[in-house]
Design a protein around this ligand. Sequence first.
Ligand code: KDG
Length: 337
Amino acid sequence: KIKSLALAASLTLAVTMSVGAAHAQEVKHRIIRFGYGLNDISNQGRATKVFADEVEKLSGGKMKVRAIGGAALGSDVQMQQALIGGAQEMMVGSTATLVGITKEMAIWDTPFLFNNGKEADAVLDGPVGQKIMDKLQEKGLVGLVYWENGFRNLTNNKRAVAKLEDLDGIKLRVMQNNVFIDSFKTLGANAVPLPFSELFTALETKTVDGQENPFNTILSSKFYEVQKYLTVTNHVYSPWIVLVSKKYWDGLSKTEQKVLMDAARKSRDFERQDTRAEADKALADLKAKGMQINQLSPMEANRMRDKLSTVNAGIAANVGQPLWDEVQAAVKKARGA
Ligand code: KDG
């Protein structure tokens, strides 16, 4: 009797396990709405296409990514809420727009945190980058990978910004994020938070005088049509982050999750290369389009950096000193110091 009970138990176990395993490996027909803010011809659009193609390939054509650019599904903040609620499956957007959900994301807004892409990759893809990404889960979002938005530079219509004082009174659109608002207020500009989707019109109608974004975006979003001066400031490195709705993610099989993760990694590697190649020649392109370009002198960059040290203290207080220290240590390590 005991023997048959044990047999029944082990049979039940075997059946449960194989059903579980089948379920874990199952790949269903799925349509994934993947939203982003820039247009299709941007670096964001190109990498989304790589992601979509890879998902289709890895899933044997069962999982299809519907890429929806140009903020047609809403601004970053609106899409994040749709993901949390389960009304949209995926998106890519700025980490800066996530700070209202996960305050630790503000660490990536630290002015002059990274000197180059290599440092950014090492820290973002390393343990502390993962730790910050994982904090999104308790808020209903799953971060897969960081992409490169890039080093941000300043454009405006008022004057060439050669020194700190030239920023005085310039009405500058910033992302909807306190660190950006504080940073530019500290530097003397009149910082106006606006979603990216409203930026071109705000520049065109002169609601704001200027904005700051990587060369790639100034080019792909045609800001050169409505902005005269470009100052190479490289004042902060912006990451993008590829997100999945946690509600959606939790309903996927292990195999389906792996398809998304593998495709995200592939898109990340493509995106960083593509973005850097474009950034390398974008300045010449922007000049050819008629923008007047100047470099911020190292002395003026240092004056900005000094002024912004109060902002750094605020970020450290907000995210917690231990996390701040961890990121600083990771940067140091990436620098080989
Ligand atoms: O959806 C647009 C975003 O990806 C955003 O990151 C672009 O850097 C950006 C900005 O200035 O809003």
